[in-house]
Design a protein. Structure first.
Length: 254
């Protein structure tokens, strides 16, 4: 069984809902999928499809960095009641400066608060980062005393960045469709990262792997990612499946 550690089956790109895509994933050998939270506008839809696929879909709770603005504290408050419903991580949280740095300070503050919440609840964190590594390390290294654990979702950084994150917490990396893109620098990085520190993900409906690049992504394509990781590391697909599944089950307690 494979585990997809980052999905969005409540997304509008799934016409008629994501149920059919979830069923296709199970048929393809992906037995568990984790949904990443964004904000209060989409959270109820995430929970609704999660309830329809109990034991297959699992939920995170968190406020996405792109949703952080002047009302970020209210967004955190709206998220808190969902934690009592049973979540496997605080995420996806982090920093994203791709569209600008107007709310950079607020994003850093919100990230710190959610790090503290994860530590208090003994939950892992699921990190989204885009164009913000320096500020991320400012927050992470200030929070090293919290003993954080989690994963760096959609990792595209260098081996050195992976190592640096590991000095302030216990972090794996989420490897998705980008690893199948022939010119991606991530391919060389994956060769260096220990398999025990790799989690598989799709980030569906985004970032579909080759040969589905540009299409609506779904967890049924996760075997393509697992096979590419196996090829890059000189391992069998079965070994990649076994190790990444064990790591995901241990981290998220699913």
């Amino acid at each position: 069984m494979l585990i997809d550690t980052h999905t969005h089956y409540y997304d509008d790109r799934y016409e008629g809902g994501g149920d059919a895509a979830v069923d296709r994933a199970v048929a393809a050998g992906v037995g568990k999928m984790i949904q990443a939270d964004i904000d209060s506008r989409e959270r109820d839809r995430m929970w609704e499809i999660g309830e329809r696929h109990k034991g297959v879909l699992f939920q995170m709770a968190g406020v996405y960095p792109g949703s952080i603005g002047p009302d970020w504290e209210q967004e955190i408050e709206k998220m808190l009641p969902y934690i009592d419903r049973g979540v496997v991580a605080i995420g996806e949280i982090g920093l994203d400066y791709h569209e600008g740095k107007e709310y950079a300070g607020l994003q850093m503050e919100a990230l710190r608060v959610q790090f503290e919440l994860a530590a208090k609840l003994d939950l892992p964190v699921n990190i989204h980062l885009r164009d913000a590594w320096d500020d991320f390390f400012k927050v992470l290294e200030d929070c090293a005393h919290l003993g954080l654990r989690g994963n760096l979702h959609c990792f595209s950084g260098s081996y050195e960045l992976f190592e640096r994150a590991g000095r302030s917490g216990d972090f794996a990396v989420g490897i998705g469709g980008v690893v199948t893109f022939r010119n991606a620098s991530l391919r060389e990085t994956v060769k260096k990262i220990p398999l025990e520190k790799i989690l598989l993900e799709t980030d569906c409906p985004y970032l579909a792997p080759t040969p589905h690049r540009g299409e609506c992504n779904e967890s049924a394509y996760l075997p393509l990612i697992a096979n590419e990781v196996a090829l890059l590391k000189g391992l069998s697909p079965e070994e990649v499946e076994a190790v990444t599944t064990e790591s995901a089950e241990k981290l998220f307690k699913i």
